[in-house]
Design a protein. Structure first.
Length: 268
């Protein structure tokens, strides 16, 4: 059961390799299914190093659908997108999502106010804020994102820890609040292995979040957040182990914006 539902493309401006190379890497690694989920145009900031442009979105759609047809005998390919939650752009984001036949939409919080807090070039701003208040604001913003009803997946739920700058308060009550909303909205969250490749050296989210998610019956999926072909499927065995250890028996999967479930095998 090797699947990867969080794969980017060169169109986002901060990934390398052709889309064909990502597909062939997935096949080489024995994946049965992948989902491209590149960044929807980030309307709050015009920066080609952060996301594709609005003009490039149709090209992205066409390329993914073309690869799906070309490789259908070897690999299942889903059409996903990662859409940033930013209240000022919500209406336009909804229009773009509705315009295309996405299998799933990942909702992400990368921005608080005008601060892209996971951008290494903006790390100095951590010195200017109360870290505990930052974490609280981050989790409450994700709750607001869930409330919109626009998304299927909450991506990397504790991304704010990326640079290993940690809160000192107990975050479990905030985990429970967010997870309850995800469950009640009919959504899922993802275990994202990219944190293992950053300073935090830990998957998003941390094990306590996953354990509480399993206790509350919140669906979960996973992805590598690959920005290079060689990272497709990377460390997903660790995500699988965390899911099993936490008590999960099923993996959330997608088709035409609907969630379905595949049973987890006994081992990966």
């Amino acid at each position: 059961m090797k699947v990867d539902y969080h794969i980017h493309t060169h169109l986002c401006g901060h990934a390398s390799g052709s889309m064909k190379e990502y597909v062939e890497s997935a096949i080489e690694k024995g994946c049965s299914r992948i989902g491209f989920a590149d960044h929807l145009p980030m309307l709050f900031r015009d920066d080609p190093s952060l996301s594709m442009s609005e003009d490039e979105l149709p090209r992205y759609i066409d390329e993914v659908l073309g690869l799906r047809e070309r490789y259908k005998k070897d690999l299942g390919i889903l059409l996903g997108i990662e859409a940033d939650y930013h209240p000022s752009t919500l209406e336009k984001v909804a229009e773009m999502i509705d315009a295309y036949p996405f299998d799933y939409v990942i909702g992400s919080v990368h921005v608080l106010g005008d601060w892209i807090f996971d951008d290494p070039g903006e790390m100095d701003r951590y010195d200017e804020v109360d870290i505990n208040e930052l974490y609280i604001k981050y989790f409450r913003t994700q709750e607001s994102m869930v409330d919109t009803g626009l998304f299927n997946v909450v991506s990397h739920p504790d991304l704010v820890k990326k640079f290993n700058i940690r809160a000192t308060i107990d975050l479990k009550p905030y985990y429970r609040d967010l997870l309850g909303k995800i469950r009640d909205a009919g959504m899922c969250y993802e275990i994202n292995t990219a944190g293992l490749r950053w300073q935090v050296r830990e998957m998003y989210p941390e094990p306590d979040f996953v354990r509480i998610g399993a206790e509350l019956g919140v669906p979960v999926t996973y992805g590598s957040d690959a920005h290079r072909p060689e990272d497709v499927g990377r460390d997903l065995d660790e995500a699988f182990k965390l899911m099993r250890k936490s008590g999960y028996l099923e993996l959330a999967c997608f088709s035409q914006r609907n969630i379905r479930f595949d049973p987890l095998p006994d081992s990966e």
